[in-house]
Write a protein that binds this ligand. Structure first.
Ligand code: AMO
Length: 428
């Protein structure tokens, strides 16, 4: 009979009664009642009841749930209260058998732990809860791309295999590259900055790599980063871009992804804007008033951020960090050179993004590299662009996986990543 569908199940409704349709999908349930079988068939779009009568039942003999079948049938009225119509099967082809026992129950009736689900991720995707998370992720990516394009940002793709450390950090994976050592990029930082000299406003949505031995719900060795860089913008301008992107993501998914919200049993609530802007110095004062041992210039520890997050739940910007805590490319504040034009976007205790205004004067940038103990010679390729008319520019990097966890109210990034990579997980 072939396997070209005439419809996705979502598009089969009572307006098609008496028409013939060809559907392909997976058997979610099989109930035999005498000479008749009630089969529920699921595809990516929905679920429908199929009635199998007479000799056609032989095709179902010994067939397990979750096997993939192709069914030609006639649309008819139904007595089943959950369905608008049903299919009377005319022909059935079994296209692929599911061998039982399956490693997890994809219907989700029997709860499986996250490790078992990740080990069988493709099967887990038939669980409507899991599928809905990835459909939501798809919509988030689409709305991010659309919103940035509307703001005239140009999408770029920078190399992931690089010849030297892009940000000077130690958390790089190295690999053998035709007899030399190469590294996996930890961020597109230097490339996106360089692109502002020709494209002005750029963005990238790609995976990046961090060799950190972190075992938390928010760290992965491979994560998806949304990055922007914009010429002629200051850090406050790119904060506004970030805020409007987050708002668009929440508004779009809350209004347009009702079915997904039902499946994950979570209602997406649009946050209030503008987000608070809280200076680092204010946070230090707040922590001191809570008897925390912290001085201006100290980095915020996890325990600090938990307390700050209790005081500032939801989205807020943490701004104006001490310059010495920031990477070499961040610019100081004119009125106080110990402070930087930088910010993190926080969701309670969770850091979602960091960014700032960059240094665009090559002499100051070289001096800053040296101050931070980095060898300017290693940044030769990058620094040359600063002699070709480098505009003032600002940008940020946003952890997409972390943003997804806030959107759907969970606390483990592994739930929103297809095949997460962490120090313990390299397969499947
Ligand atoms: P930063 O290192 O703060 O900044 O990273 C930006 C954002 O990326 C996400 N992120 C991670 N998510 C999951 N697992 C990880 N291991 C991980 N590491 C980072 C976080 C974080 O806020 N170049 C700068 C950005 C810029 O200034 O443009 C940078 O990479 O959500």
């Amino acid at each position: 009979m072939g396997f070209a569908k005439t419809h996705d199940i979502l598009d089969v409704n009572s307006s098609l009664i008496n028409s013939e349709v060809k559907l392909g999908g997976w058997i979610e349930d099989l109930r035999k009642l005498g000479k008749m079988t009630f089969l529920t068939l699921r595809d990516v779009s929905g679920i429908i009841q199929v009635i199998v009568k007479g000799e056609l039942n032989d095709k179902l003999e010994g067939l397990n749930r979750q096997s993939v079948v192709f069914i030609k049938g006639k649309v008819q009225d139904t007595k089943a209260k959950d369905f608008d119509c049903e299919i009377l099967a005319l022909e059935i082809d079994v296209l692929g058998k599911a061998i039982h026992p399956l490693p997890i129950d994809p219907i989700g009736r029997l709860e499986s732990n996250i490790d078992n689900r990740l080990n069988s991720r493709a099967l887990d995707m038939r669980n409507q809860k899991t599928a809905s998370i990835f459909k939501l992720r798809h919509h988030v990516l689409a709305i991010l791309r659309k919103t940035l394009s509307d703001k005239r940002f140009i999408e770029i793709t920078t190399p992931k295999i690089i010849g030297s450390a892009s940000e000077g950090g130690a958390n790089l994976f190295s690999l053998e590259y035709f007899g030399r050592t190469a590294y996996l990029a930890q961020s597109p930082q230097l490339y996106k900055e360089q692109m502002t000299i020709g494209l002005e406003r750029v963005f990238e949505i790609s995976n990046f790599y961090r060799a950190e031995k972190s075992h938390t719900g928010r760290h992965l060795s491979e994560f998806t980063s949304v990055d922007i860089e914009a010429a002629f913008m200051d850090y406050t301008d790119v904060m506004n871009v970030l805020e409007s992107l987050v708002m668009e993501v929440y508004k779009f998914t809350s209004e347009n992804c009702k079915k997904e919200q039902e499946e994950i049993e979570y209602e997406i609530k649009v946050p209030n804007a503008p987000f608070d802007r809280v200076a680092y110095s204010q946070v230090v004062d707040e922590l001191k008033s809570l008897d925390q041992k912290i001085e201006f210039g100290d980095d915020l520890l996890d325990s600090h951020l938990r307390l700050v997050g209790e005081k500032h739940p939801g989205f807020y910007f943490l701004t104006d960090w001490p310059l010495k805590l920031k990477p070499f490319y961040i610019r100081e504040k004119d009125e106080d050179a110990t402070l930087s034009r930088s910010f993190d976007l926080q969701y309670g205790y969770l850091e979602l993004s960091s960014g700032g205004t960059r240094l665009h004067d090559p002499a100051i940038l070289k001096a800053r590299l040296a101050e931070q103990g980095l060898d300017p010679a290693l940044f030769k390729d990058h620094l040359q662009a600063f002699d070709w008319g480098m505009p003032p520019h600002s940008g940020w990097g946003l952890g997409l996986d972390r943003l997804m966890t806030t959107l759907i109210g969970i606390d483990n990034v592994r739930e929103v990543v297809l095949y997460p990579r962490d120090p313990d997980r390299l397969r499947p």
